[in-house]
Design a protein. Sequence first.
Length: 284
Amino acid sequence: MVRRVVLTPRRVFKVPVEAEKVSPDVFAGLSLDDIKKLKVHEGNRECELGELFEVREEGSGEEVTIVLEGDFSKVSRVGEGMSTGEIVVNGDIGSFVGYKMRGGKITVKGNAGSWLGAQMAGGTIEVFGNAGDHIGAAPRGLRRGKGMSKGMIIVHGNVGAEAGAGMVKGAIIIEGSCAALPGYGMTGGTILIKGDCAGKAGAHMSGGRIVVCGYLPEVLPSFYIDSVVPSVKVKKMKLEGPFYLFLGDALEDPKCGGRLFVHVGKNPHLGEFMKLVEEVEEVD
């Protein structure tokens, strides 16, 4: 049996609401009254969850599913640090959803703000709309290698800048297009962009893979052409190419451990690189 806890905003929020306590880990074992008494912040004002949201429950059981109904676009930090259970957002949601998430699943049926899955260490986040900047990234000021370290983020729409910045492991799958600097400073993991990329893919990367299936204006000059491959595999998906395979970023690490795959057919302006390639090989 699954215990469903449903939250609905009592009004339209004018200032940001920080709701890191909205997590299956926190709700588990608490009565409905105790859940309503959990502390959240509306701007600089501390208040109880029940003051801002109508809270009801359906069913019972140890496993908890939290359902958010209505406009949560000003609500941030939902699912922070969660390790189990599920959160379903039937609408838009604010920033830092799934921050430091370790397990479980978050499904957003609208749009999500910036820093989605920042420092994520496990679990799955799926967004059926668009997402903002810095998905799966490391917050500002942290040292290298503090981005997403495990898990998967799937965005069916478009995303903003610096997707996967500082990424260590895991996978980010973007069904739409992305803004500039995906994979900035990444050391591992995979970023798949099925649409277009605004540019500067993989700047300062030293490991991991970025796959661009759509248009990429240019490849940074610190990347070297290695070969042309007929296809690329990402999470059991076979992506038909051919793809240029570039190695870099040489400015970050002379060993050029990062791999950037760019679709040949969608980028005829990169045709000069074809002259430098002598053989085609398939890369898994």
